[in-house]
Design a protein around this ligand. Structure first.
Ligand code: AMP
Ligand code: ZN
Length: 466
């Protein structure tokens, strides 16, 4: 079956196709850089990474844009409280975001763009919306008149026809009950940063930046737009309302939203204070790829309840996968090719692909991998897995890892490289040969203290990182 996604706009699972050639024009709402991201945010960004990787696997090229929201109510408040300029304040968390996402092995979108570098574009777009009759001015601020856009509500599937015309909101975030005309341009207030534009001194509201940057870099109609479910309303609804009156075309063809990561049944969020950052978990001794695995293991449209036990289970799963790979690479198998195993590998690959084609069913894909591990481990125990079966098994693992990306251990900073370990293992072998057991034991315990385990097997020495 073809690649398909659940589209929030149509509330249907739809077969995916692109508008132009095989290039996917995709936009992601990036972080609001007023703090380090928590692993709830990272769940959404990890989903996007899996999406990117699977689209590429299916032959597409990506043109993916992500914004950095570096001007917004909370940022302005926090920067002022710390007596810092916006740029000084946001730079720390922008860099922090790049570090965290790199640690989680998230690919960088082709373009990462900052709101503050697009203020003139935003002012020009607001002017065009005014020319279209979509706005009005009150106390120097410019508001979007939602009654001017008859299909307002089509993404969040809300009927807003009865709302009071002229009721306004100035804050960047608000809920459905508060659906009102929203602010596009905020007139300067005392002590707040402002830009001089033909709209008068002020700053943009949060919503306008994404419509503007998405269309600037990706054109009038995007293939995919992603974000967490909390962005569906009002943010994405407003993005559509800001874009479509200007082009007369659909703004986005497929809207994909990731469900929340929760803790004790509540959304993980900065405001509730119930969050962990990646930094917190790494400080507790968890490898970044363990967090990555946990975030990937639940399909993106299902809620993921975060627990430390879940994280430990993720570490165990990675361990099983690595041990299996090591076994395939280093065990001695009888020569020949077992056609049954060849067929089993083909079947596992098809099941893996089908699961990911099915709206990125990552749990299904992992199920296919672990069933394959179980069956082929038994075949190895029974002497039925033959040397000729090795390449296809490794290829299947590569396919898995090109999406999940957890097999390579993160090198501990200040730790030993693979080449360093190989050299020490060779030195230990030489010491044993010359019966210098003191030295060989010393090397073994030094390596163990650095988290590297040596195993003496029939086939020789193996080592692995813990
Ligand atoms: P923010 O920095 O608040 O704009 O959020 C960045 C991204 O993280 C957005 O796509 C949000 O929808 C998403 N997000 C926020 N909280 C969670 C959560 N608990 N679980 C999953 N995604 C989240
Ligand atoms: Zn956005």
């Amino acid at each position: 079956m073809a690649l398909r996604f659940y589209n929030t706009l149509t509330q249907q699972v739809e077969t995916f196709s692109t508008l132009h050639d095989n290039v996917v024009r995709m936009y992601t709402c990036g972080p609001t850089v007023y703090n380090y991201v928590h692993i709830g945010n990272l769940r959404t960004f990890t989903f996007q990474d899996v999406l990117r990787r699977w689209l590429r696997h299916r032959g597409y090229t990506l043109d993916h844009v992500m914004n950095i929201t570096d001007v917004e109510d909370k940022i302005i408040r926090n920067a002022a409280a710390q007596h810092k300029s916006l740029a000084e304040y946001t730079e720390v968390y922008t860099q922090g975001f790049f570090e965290d996402t790199a640690q989680l092995r998230l690919e960088r979108p082709e373009r990462v763009v900052k709101a503050t570098e697009h203020i003139d574009d935003m002012a020009a777009t607001i002017q065009k919306l005014t020319d279209q009759g979509c706005t009005y001015v009150s106390d120097g601020s410019v508001y979007y008149r939602i009654s001017s856009f008859p299909t307002y509500g089509k993404l969040s599937h809300n009927d807003f026809s009865g709302i009071r015309a002229g009721a306004r909101v100035d804050v960047d975030e608000y809920d459905k009950a508060d659906a009102r005309d929203f602010v596009l341009w905020k007139a300067q207030k005392d002590g707040e940063p402002a830009w001089d534009t033909p709209l008068g001194p002020g700053r943009p509201g949060w919503h306008i930046e994404c419509s503007v940057m998405a269309m600037k870099y990706l054109g009038e109609t995007l293939d995919i737009h992603t974000g967490g479910v909390d962005l569906t309303f009002p943010h994405h609804e407003n993005e559509i309302a800001q874009a479509e009156p200007l082009t007369g075309k659909p703004f986005v063809r497929y809207w994909l939203h990731a469900e929340h990561l929760s803790v004790d049944g509540q959304k993980m969020s900065k405001s509730l204070g119930n969050f962990y950052t990646l930094r917190d978990l790494v400080a507790k001794g968890y490898a970044p790829e363990t967090v990555r695995y946990l975030l990937e293991s639940v399909p993106y449209r299902k809620k993921l309840n975060f627990t430390m036990d879940g994280l430990k289970a993720a570490a165990t799963s990675i361990e099983r996968l690595r041990n299996y790979k090591l076994r395939v690479e280093t065990d001695k198998f009888a020569s020949g090719l077992n056609e049954k195993i060849t067929e089993r590998t083909r079947q596992a690959t098809a099941a893996f692909d089908e699961a990911l084609d099915d709206d990125l069913n990552t749990a299904g894909a992992l199920g296919a991998v672990f069933e394959y591990l179980r069956d082929t481990n038994s075949a190895m125990d029974a002497g039925e897995f033959l040397a000729g079966n090795i390449p296809a098994a490794l290829e299947f693992l590569d396919r898995f890892d090109s999406v999940f990306d957890v097999l390579r251990p993160t090198a501990k900073t200040g730790g030993l490289s693979d080449a360093d370990v190989d050299a020490l293992v060779a030195e230990r072998n030489a010491a044993k040969k010359s019966r210098d057991f003191k030295r060989s034991d010393q090397i073994r315990s030094d390596l163990a203290s650095k988290g590297i385990l040596i195993e003496d097997t029939k086939e020789g020495v193996r080592w692995k990182r813990q």
